[in-house]
Write a protein that binds this ligand. Structure first.
Ligand code: HEC
Ligand code: HEC
Length: 193
């Protein structure tokens, strides 16, 4: 009923209208089966297999679910993920998010912590492992992925109250440097299977 008019208001007023917390409880074992549709790009354990896809193993469950809902309802768009998410049920989204979130991640920083980008570390950590609930890890994501997302936030293609304002004033050079910092971290994902 109410669903019909929400897309018109979408994005700005109700960013992420279908909320991750409204989903059914996710079952990681059922999610492992769903992940067979994701593995060519994200790996079965969430370690990405292609440079434009992010590592998703060990990301917060509610973050993963929120992104899949956003791809499904069109508030986040990507030629591959929009297609993938369009056919997913609420249960499949909950299950696959539980599966990928259940992995343990570790990050190894080879640079000096003191050089970490100041404006990012309070949430994303110096090594790109998030310090705040619901914030995604950036550790070891490719610089192409990180830069694409920062440009999407800057240009309004992807919206988030915090990240949209943080990226407004970033130059392309800033974005390159920030992406390089987090991309240089080595990420390990402990398989959960
Ligand atoms: C054909 C390759 C491909 C397949 C298959 C695929 N993905 Fe993706 N996925 C991508 C790419 C590329 C992106 C980055 C999109 C962007 O740049 O916004 C992405 C982004 C994501 C994100 C956002 C992560 C973040 O850090 O914001 C999630 C969550 C995700 N995919 C989950 C899945 C799940 C779950 C499946 C299986 C049901 C799946 N994907 C299947 C390529 C794929
Ligand atoms: C106050 C906390 C906070 C700060 C500070 C912050 N971020 Fe974020 N960041 C977030 C949140 C929350 C998200 C998830 C946005 C969403 O849900 O779409 C995010 C998402 C991202 C993403 C997308 C990740 C993905 O997997 O798709 C990138 C890239 C990113 N931030 C980079 C940065 C950089 C670079 C800085 C410093 C210039 C920064 N962030 C500062 C909270 C923060």
């Amino acid at each position: 009923m109410i669903k019909g008019f929400l897309p018109c208001l979408g994005g700005l007023l109700f960013a992420g209208t279908v909320l991750a917390q409204d989903l059914p409880v996710g079952d990681p074992d059922a999610g492992r089966k769903v992940a067979s549709q994701c593995r060519t790009c994200h790996g079965l354990n969430g370690f990405a297999q292609i440079p434009i896809a992010p590592h998703i193993g060990g990301e917060p469950e509610d973050y993963l679910a929120a992104q899949l809902l956003a791809f499904r309802d069109g508030t986040r768009a990507h030629e591959m993920m929009t297609v993938v998410a369009s056919n997913m049920s609420d249960q499949a989204i909950a299950d696959v998010s539980a599966w990928y979130a259940a992995h343990q991640v570790t990050a190894t920083l080879f640079a000096d912590e003191a050089d970490a980008p100041e404006g990012c570390v309070s949430c994303h950590g110096t090594d790109g492992l998030a310090l705040v609930e619901g914030v995604p890890n950036l550790a070891g994501e490719t610089n192409i992925y990180i830069a694409t997302q920062l440009k999407a936030f800057r240009g309004g293609k992807r919206e988030h109250e915090v990240m949209s304002s943080i990226s407004t004033d970033l130059s392309d050079d800033d974005i390159r440097a920030l992406a390089d910092w987090f991309a240089a971290v080595e990420l390990d994902i402990e398989p959960n299977d």
